[in-house]
Design a protein around this ligand. Structure first.
Ligand SMILES: NC(=O)C1=CN([C@@H]2O[C@H](COP(=O)(O)OP(=O)(O)OC[C@H]3O[C@@H](n4cnc5c(N)ncnc54)[C@H](OP(=O)(O)O)[C@@H]3O)[C@@H](O)[C@H]2O)[C@@H](O)CC1
Ligand SMILES: [K+]
Length: 481
């Protein structure tokens, strides 16, 4: 078996597949292995027990099983734990699986051990609950009876370990339908599922692990949490070698946005940061970051090697629109379009080939002409639709930020809920602009920037209740502990 901690020679452990693609991969595997998916279920159960045995071996376990093959995994896991001497209770609230599917065979094998399967909540107290109600086959919203079972499992005074996907979570979108298991840990099979990596997925999964079960998969989607491509600094260097970032914004009462963006661009290593803000904010900008240069007012759009960060606190008036229009029509211009820059982009039907767009869900909805909840419920699809429409690198912000290009999608570090504070987006935009200035390609700047920002916030959130953009700016230049 190929475990996440032991990368396979083909390095497929970072690949992400939708539930439909996983089904296809299973079938393809079966066609090449005697037409049978049963060995995969056995391998999945063996892998789950191996992954969790140290957690469960000293206590008692309740396995809650559904009628599909996720429940089948649950029956196999229960049998293996029982045979290993762990006290196990099995609860099947929806009855038996249909004859003919692997789950039915798993139930039959469990019954041969003599272990009973309960149709009502067992009264025994347990130390661990194993959630095998639904996996990648959840295909509609839950009805009230099922919601009650999931809520009861979440309220149980025992830690919950989820099989493949936390039950109730849409494996493709990361949306609870409308509730989902909050697991301490989730062990997935074959490939990462998009819904476990974005939206509410990371919060529901807890500690996430994967076993590919030796199934070959191929995907344009991947999961990367690395920041290894951060620009290195060598002995003979000069600030001019680290690029210029021009921050265009900080107008009409929104000075803070450009001060934060300029601060994070500096902290992320840009050689020079020039703030084109309203004259009223120059003093404040310099008090916060005396290293920043200021050129008050909206700049002339010049075609040099600079990176432009256009949007934080730019405003929505005609002058701001004209500024965005000129940047996007200027040949060879490059940079990051954020906040009000994205507002004006919606009225400009223009490709943004050398630009990184950084919308949150509301901005993405406006650019696509969708409702916000449609974006929230389809984050991977929305990110790719934007990348195609604007021929750009798109960073769709939110928990489990996505980086889309016209040819693929990357799932990034989920950060922390403690980072949901004002100015976080301005801070991220400044980091990405600084990485562009230091010669990272737009896609790499976006992925490395998102991961650096999220990991820094996550680290700070281990010791503070909230993480502010200013905290991130202070922490960026530090080495990881
Ligand atoms: N076979 C293999 O090779 C391998 C499979 N593997 C495992 O199989 C899992 C996928 O199995 P799966 O496709 O059977 O789907 P699963 O998640 O069990 O759910 C389907 C059941 O739920 C039901 N149902 C759906 N929505 C519902 C709702 N809202 N409310 C109520 N019911 C609802 C649906 O009912 P129906 O639509 O038929 O009415 C059906 O009974 C995968 O996650 C992994 O754990 C691994 O072992 C690796 C090898
Ligand atoms: K599950």
């Amino acid at each position: 078996m190929e475990d996440q901690t032991m990368p396979s020679p083909r390095q497929q452990s970072d690949l992400v597949l939708t539930s439909e693609q996983v089904r296809y991969a299973e079938q393809h595997w079966a066609e090449n292995h005697g037409g049978d998916t049963w060995p995969l279920m056995n391998a999945a159960a063996q892998s789950f027990v191996r992954q969790t045995f140290e957690r469960v071996r000293h206590g008692s376990v309740l396995v809650v099983v559904g009628k599909g093959n996720n429940g089948g995994d649950g029956y196999c896991i229960a049998r293996r734990l029982y045979e290993a001497g762990v006290p196990v209770t099995v609860f099947a609230p929806f009855g038996e699986p249909s004859p003919g599917i692997d789950a039915h065979r798993a139930l039959t094998e469990l019954q041969q051990t003599g272990l009973p399967v309960f149709a009502e909540w067992p009264s025994t107290s347990v130390d661990t609950v194993i959630d095998a109600l639904f996996g990648s086959g959840l295909n509609r919203p839950l009805d009230p009876t099922v919601i009650e079972i999931i809520e009861r499992m979440n309220q149980y005074p025992a830690e919950v370990l989820a099989v493949d996907v936390p039950s109730g979570l849409n494996a493709d979108t990361g949306q609870p339908m409308p509730v989902a298991i909050r697991a301490r840990a989730t062990h997935s099979f074959i490939a990462w599922k998009p819904g476990t990596l974005t939206a509410e997925g990371p919060q529901c999964c807890g500690q996430l692990s994967l076993d590919t079960l030796g199934v070959d998969v191929d995907s344009d989607w991947c999961w990367q949490q690395e920041t290894q491509a951060l620009p290195a600094r060598s002995g003979q260097t000069h600030k001019a070698q680290h690029g210029n970032v021009n921050v265009v914004g900080g107008r009409l009462g929104m000075g803070g946005a450009s001060i934060i963006a300029a601060g994070s661009a500096l902290a992320a290593g840009a050689g020079r940061v020039i703030s084109h803000c309203d004259p009223a904010f120059v003093t404040a900008a310099l008090v916060h970051h005396p290293e920043v240069m200021t050129q008050p007012g909206l700049p002339e759009v010049v075609n040099d090697d600079s990176v432009w960060l256009v949007g934080p606190g730019l405003g929505r008036d005609d002058a701001a629109y004209e500024q965005v229009r000129r940047h996007l029509h200027s040949p060879g211009s490059r940079g990051v379009l954020d906040a009000d820059g994205l507002f004006h982009l919606a009225s400009l039907d223009v490709p943004c080939t050398n630009w990184v767009l950084t919308p949150h869900e509301g901005e993405a909805a406006r650019l696509l002409g969708w409702r916000s909840d449609k974006v929230r419920n389809n984050r991977p699809v929305a990110a790719q639709a934007l990348a195609s429409r604007y021929q750009a690198v798109v960073v769709l912000k939110g928990a489990g930020t996505l980086v889309a290009t016209t040819s693929g999608l990357t799932f990034c570090h989920p950060g922390s809920p403690a980072m949901a504070t004002p100015g976080m987006g301005d801070c991220l935009a400044g980091i990405i602009a600084a990485l562009l200035a230091q010669r990272l390609a737009p896609k790499d700047a976006a992925i490395v920037g998102v991961n650096w920002h999220a990991q820094t916030g996550y680290r700070l959130a281990q010791r503070q209740r909230l993480v502010l953009a200013s905290d991130i700016i202070r922490a960026l230049p530090q080495r990881d502990e």
